[in-house]
Design a binder for this molecule. Structure first.
Ligand code: ATP
Ligand code: MG
Length: 289
């Protein structure tokens, strides 16, 4: 039972790379947030949730202090801020990596290259950990933004910054030398939620998982000739087993199943080769197992 007065407080990025995907995820979970872009907070109309819009750097601290109960934030920020919060769930968006990059004309032959060098970064804690683990001593120069220009202006020999496509590095004459962290948005939580708050969080996690599962799976329908039915069914995993119904045309069956994104193309090809026809692929909106 949810205590009627309890509302879970969620912190999301006010604007920036994680904002839109965070709001989209809530929407896909069936949670209506009235437009709060210029407000500090906003309440859901159909779920016991209040959303705080904050700078991503501040989210872990707010959660440690229980100003907010949970938050959507990049793993990179969670590890750098090193607050007393718990990572509860990976959200599957905001994917990037924290990498060391050097001038594209340099010969990078391993971490020892960094010995005695100066490295500019907004992630001094994570970088320091990485250097220590690799027994490298380097000077960490902390800057808060535009890290990629540091080598060009003579501020540093190397940088440690977030990369997704690599185009920013390329435009600044840099090349990626070493990946030190793979990151994506995660749901973090305060460690001491009460029972009512935990119940709301469980409900939210249940919905998030259903949305994520649905995105990773596709519903497929196909027609199979009688003599090939066994071979085709054997190729399909399905949630239990595929649904098979006879078609009006004698000797043919309609087969329905669910395929996961990672094996999808491989299985479709095999199905086609096995004699499946009229294959339809349909997105799934929610998936509850
Ligand atoms: P804020 O104003 O909230 O402090 P910000 O400028 O620090 O915003 P953004 O650039 O909006 O942050 O990035 C937010 C998060 O998005 C990053 O911490 C990271 O987890 C994720 N992200 C995904 N791809 C990238 C990328 N290519 N570069 C930077 N961050 C990325
Ligand atoms: Mg920030």
């Amino acid at each position: 039972m949810i205590n009627a007065n309890t509302v879970l407080k969620l912190a999301v990025q006010k604007s920036g790379r994680l904002h839109d995907d965070s709001m989209k995820l809530l929407k896909e979970c069936g949670i209506d947030i009235t437009n709060g872009v210029n407000k500090l907070k906003s309440e859901a109309s159909n779920f016991p949730l209040e959303v705080f819009f904050l700078r991503d750097d501040d989210i872990p601290q707010y959660i440690e202090d229980a100003v907010a109960d949970i938050g959507f934030v990049g793993e990179n920020v969670v590890y750098e801020k090193n607050k007393n919060v718990q990572v509860e769930h990976k959200l599957g968006f905001g994917k990037c990596r924290l990498s060391i990059a050097v001038d594209k004309n340099e010969t990078y032959d391993g971490v020892q290259y960094l010995q005695g060098k100066r490295i500019a970064t907004s992630y001094p804690l994570i970088l320091n950990d990485f250097l220590q683990k690799n027994n490298v001593t380097a000077e960490i120069h902390e800057i808060s933004g535009s890290v990629e220009i540091a080598p060009g202006i003579g501020l540093a020999h190397a940088i440690c910054d977030l990369v997704s496509s690599g185009s920013t590095l390329f435009m600044n004459g840099l090349k990626e030398a070493e990946t030190i962290l793979q990151s994506q948005a995660v749901l973090i939580r305060n460690k001491d939620l009460d029972e009512a708050q935990q119940t709301i969080l469980d409900k939210l996690l249940f919905r998030i998982q259903a949305v994520k599962k649905a995105k990773n799976n596709k519903y497929i329908l196909l027609n199979a000739p009688e003599e090939k039915l066994g071979e085709i069914i054997a190729l399909l995993p399905g949630m239990k087993s595929p649904t098979v119904t006879p078609l009006a045309e004698k000797g043919w069956h309609s087969v329905h199943s669910v395929l996961s994104e990672d094996t999808f193309w491989d299985i479709i090809e095999k199905l086609k080769n096995a004699g499946a026809q009229g294959i339809l692929v349909i997105p799934i909106e929610k998936m509850i197992i």
